[in-house]
Write a protein that binds this ligand. Structure first.
Ligand code: GLC
Ligand code: CA
Length: 548
């Protein structure tokens, strides 16, 4: 079995401000989250990824940090945070936090000082240009919301670089002081007890920006440096990075010096995310099969992090125009559901028409494919979204705990909540909530608990290999397998609406009393594997054998 904990983790992503409010001010907080750790433990979560926790003007949901060495006072104190780490640890849950160091808030004291005078010790911590960079209208991450990547600062009388919003000036990675400061930030939180970092916007952190040169060189050496530093401070700390680039480039982010990964441990599998969504839209597994085949081999220790939903839009920009059109037509037909021309700002339940069978299918697929699964809060109960909210906020509504006022999220008056609770027909908190699903063995929540527990009994998923089983099969059926030191599992997912059968008797020789460990419904025993039925939108997890 692997001693690399992240290969066996189930990661749960949440934003403190919309999770649970303990003091009735309408904003989720750390004590509120502590109170819900038992819920997460029961669900089977082994690692929480917290969206930014630092003080922030909050113009990009905390991704505009104003102090890297503190927690947002609205969430509690550093003392509360230490308590969270302790209480989570007692339940076997690790905590990783967002490390947002591509940029700071323009209200960060470093930037305030930097712009105020050429003599500021922080002047060179940011990226400036004396003349208007000709490429300032290129490379925007949020087209439509962001007009340019360089803005003129009247105080400094200079242009400054910002890959994201104007209020997020980029730090200058070429400055040795900045490089050291980022390490210090990591060391500080590791010392407090976090298990690692979800590293925001990594391709842009290491970008050596020069005005007028849109294709800046990237300093991958810094990732090696940072990894080394991390490992000295806490040997099992991990970096889980967001690098939404072409898959072929990802190998460089993992690094592979000396036969093992020496940079990022885990990278989000954006390509597989888009391919899974495309496969679900077309009810055809072909894109997933392509995805499994085409992605580069990872260095030992390197791991994918799979996801269906995160806190941003579903990014379809790596699909072809035709593929993207198919996904939009099926899952985001209204303009209001789309974002930046490339993505969908909905939760999965509404995308799948609140169809329980298709929801199980989708998550069964995600959790059984290669890598470490990451689950966004609320998905486990099938929460909906609120398209009346702006941009990505649509999927950042408060967690729905019960049928009490505000879904049990907060006792504050409804108009004082950080964001409104969903009240729509079908997805409102009175129908969709934890309390209602907790004691119902047939609920989606109970299904997630079962599915996650089954996954934990199958360490080959995550630790082992994941391959497409290339046998003649009905078009809508994906057959894949996971093989590791602990044994082998076979997975059948029928993406289409019609029942199918498949003959997998070629695998019979490997099977030792094969049995369904998870399925959408009860099937006859797999026997010789020669006549395996899978219902429309059904799935089967079949254990072939177990060695240890
Ligand atoms: C990442 C985050 C996103 C944020 C951006 C700027 O892409 O996922 O939410 O807005 O970085 O920090
Ligand atoms: Ca609060």
């Amino acid at each position: 079995m692997s001693d690399r904990w992240y290969q066996q983790a189930v990661v749960y992503c949440l934003d403190i401000d919309t999770f649970a409010d303990s003091n009735g001010d309408g904003i989720g907080d750390i004590p509120g989250l502590i109170g819900r750790l038992d819920y997460l433990a029961r669900l089977g979560v082994t690692c929480i990824w917290l969206n930014p926790i630092h003080p922030s003007p909050d113009r990009d949901d905390g991704y505009d940090v104003a102090d890297f060495y503190n927690v947002d006072p609205r969430f509690g104190t550093l003392g509360d945070f230490a308590e969270l780490l302790h209480q989570a640890g007692n339940r076997g849950i690790k905590v990783i936090i967002d490390l947002v160091v591509n940029h700071t808030s323009d209200k960060h004291p470093w930037f305030v000082s930097a712009r105020s005078s050429p003599d500021s010790p922080y002047r060179d911590w940011y990226v400036w240009s004396e003349t208007a960079p000709p490429d300032r209208n290129q490379g925007m991450v949020f087209p439509g919301e962001q007009a340019e990547t360089w803005s003129y600062d009247r105080t400094a009388k200079l242009w400054y670089y910002h890959r994201f919003y104007k209020f997020q000036p980029d730090l200058n990675i070429k400055n040795p002081e900045v490089r050291e400061e980022i390490k210090k930030i990591c060391a500080f939180w590791l010392q407090l007890g976090v298990a690692g970092f979800r590293m925001d916007a990594v391709p842009f952190i290491i970008e050596e920006t020069v005005p007028g040169k849109p294709d800046a060189a990237k300093d991958f050496g810094y990732l090696t440096e940072l990894r080394q530093h991390l490992q000295w401070r806490k040997s099992d700390a991990v970096l889980l990075a967001e690098a939404n680039v072409e898959p072929a480039q990802l190998v460089t982010y993992f690094g592979d010096e000396g036969g093992s990964g020496n940079r990022i441990h885990m990278l989000f599998d954006f390509m597989l995310n888009a391919k899974m969504v495309l496969a679900l839209a077309r009810e055809d597994p072909e894109p997933i099969i392509d995805g499994l085949r085409d992605t580069p081999a990872l260095p030992p220790g390197g791991q994918w992090a799979t996801f269906l939903r995160n806190h941003d839009e579903i990014d379809l920009s790596r699909l072809t125009a035709e593929q993207r059109a198919d996904v939009f037509a099926k899952f985001g037909p209204d303009e209001d559901m789309q974002l930046y021309g490339r993505g969908i700002r909905r939760r999965l339940a509404p995308m799948l028409g609140n169809d329980r069978r298709r929801l199980e299918l989708a998550y069964s697929l995600q959790f059984s494919l290669r890598g470490t699964p990451v689950l966004r809060y609320g998905e486990e109960i099938g929460m909906g979204d609120d398209l009346a909210l702006e941009g990505r906020d649509a999927i950042r509504t408060p967690m729905q705990w019960s049928g009490l006022a505000n879904g049990g999220f907060s006792t504050a008056p409804a108009d004082q909540l950080v964001r409104p609770v969903v009240t729509d027909d079908g997805y409102g908190y009175e129908q969709i909530n934890v309390t209602r699903q907790r004691h119902d063995p047939a609920s989606l929540l109970s299904w997630f608990e079962r599915m996650i527990r089954t996954l934990r009994e199958a360490p080959e998923v995550g630790v082992g290999s994941c391959t497409h089983v290339d046998v003649p099969a009905p078009r809508s059926l994906l057959v894949h397998r996971a093989d590791g030191p602990a044994g082998s599992m076979l997975f059948l997912h029928n993406l289409g609406p019609d029942d199918v059968t498949v003959d997998l008797s070629s695998l019979e020789g490997e099977a030792e009393l094969p049995n369904d460990v998870l399925a959408d419904s009860e099937y006859p025993e797999p026997g010789k594997l020669d006549d395996l039925k899978v219902s429309g939108h059904g799935y089967r997890w079949i254990r072939l054998h177990r060695t240890v």
